[in-house]
Design a protein around this ligand. Sequence first.
Ligand code: HEC
Length: 120
Amino acid sequence: MRASLLLILGFTLAYSESFITKEEYASGLYHNPRGVGCHLCHGEKGEGRLIARYRDKGENKVFAGKPINKLSFHEFYEKVNSRILGMPRYYLTDTEIQTLYYYLHHVEFKHASKQPAKAQ
Ligand code: HEC
């Protein structure tokens, strides 16, 4: 009985939003937005990322996720919820879009300082 109460309490604490900061929530959403993480195609800080090089009809081509950390909120909002070739459709809520925008414009610096130290 006591064990199951503790279990319930543990779950309640783990899932209660007040235990993670806004930065942590924003970073979590960017990396795992109910689908493929944005960072995989747009880079850790939204700086853009080369996804693949390939040849098409004898020409060298690249498939890349554009930088998304310099857009105005309006542009970001419009694009994220539109159909874009090569990008999954996420159906994000307004709050989620605001949170992702917050991540790209406020959390990036913190994140950059968390780079692992160089091996000696
Ligand atoms: C599978 C790869 C992929 C993932 C994952 C992905 N995107 Fe994209 N995204 C793209 C591609 C490809 C484009 C179009 C680039 C182009 O037009 O050259 C794009 C375009 C965009 C644009 C418009 C950029 C512009 O200036 O036109 C925004 C904003 C954007 N993505 C945001 C996001 C966000 C936020 C996420 C996560 C919720 C995300 N993307 C996840 C591939 C991806």
